[in-house]
Design a protein around this ligand. Structure first.
Ligand SMILES: Nc1ncnc2c1ncn2[C@@H]1O[C@H](COP(=O)(O)OP(=O)(O)OP(=O)(O)O)[C@@H](O)[C@H]1O
Ligand SMILES: [Mg+2]
Length: 222
């Protein structure tokens, strides 16, 4: 089953002399359970693509379908709800709520959506990420790697259609980065969770099911 599909996706910034074609006709398809790495030089359009895939920004042209739904046919409020339900994000900055414990952070999106926490599933996610001993800690009491593992658990817990990650290890040292990236890959497999991840780490990119290479807003290899 196809989880995500873009058609002729375009994002232009500015106009005239300052026109930047950040995305210039991207056709991408991601199948259920796939772990896709997006690579490309700085300024090639990776973050722009990821933001639009997740409905955080609207394209200049083209479409994005998530589970068959054309997400930009939705009004802003509907898109916000759709995003909360269907998309999990993992960013370089962990974006945890500082006054909530690790566990409270993990289940927050489910609660915001008025959903039931699948305790068995969330328990298995926590175990897979090695967070059992840290559940009552506040983000400020956790290391960067632990905070990012909480953010990954939070993204997985809600069982989204797709998890989108933009250089999730940009703030971590190389050993911790390696651990966090392999955990993304391992949990994607273990929970059959579709993931699209931007990374500069060629070694990890090589372990992905597929590498999508982007240059000047276009896909040059997939
Ligand atoms: N809000 C904006 N306004 C104008 N130009 C923008 C905006 N956001 C991005 N761009 C431009 O679009 C292009 C693609 O940017 P993007 O952030 O997607 O690159 P990237 O591949 O994620 O790079 P990096 O690896 O450095 O994170 C760049 O030329 C950038 O300057
Ligand atoms: Mg970027």
């Amino acid at each position: 089953m196809t989880v995500l599909e873009t058609q002729e996706l375009k994002k232009y910034y500015g106009s005239g002399d300052t026109l930047v074609k950040a995305l210039d006709g991207v056709d991408l398809r991601v199948e259920n359970g796939e772990f896709v790495a997006i690579v490309g030089t700085s300024g090639s359009g990776k973050s722009t693509l990821l933001h639009i895939l997740g409905g955080l920004d609207r394209p200049t042209g083209g479409s994005v379908r998530v589970e068959g739904k054309d997400i930009f046919s939705l009004k802003d409020e509907e898109l916000t709800i759709f995003r909360r339900r269907k998309i999990g994000f993992v960013f370089q900055a962990y974006n945890l709520v500082p006054v909530l414990s690790a566990y409270e952070n993990i289940i927050l999106p489910i609660q915001l959506d008025g959903g039931q926490v699948d305790k068995d599933y969330v328990g298995r996610v926590i175990e897979a990420l090695g967070l059992e001993q840290r559940l009552n800690s506040l983000p400020s009491q956790l290391s960067g790697g632990q905070q990012q593992r909480v953010a990954i658990a939070r993204a997985l817990a809600a069982k989204p259609a797709i998890i989108l990650a933009d250089e999730p290890t940009g703030n971590l040292d190389s050993k911790t980065s390696q651990d966090v990236l392999s955990l993304m890959k391992i949990t994607s497999q273990k929970f059959a969770q579709t993931m699209v991840m931007i990374t500069h780490n060629e070694e990890i990119a090589q372990t992905a099911d597929r590498i999508v290479r982007i240059e000047d807003g276009r896909i040059v290899a997939r």
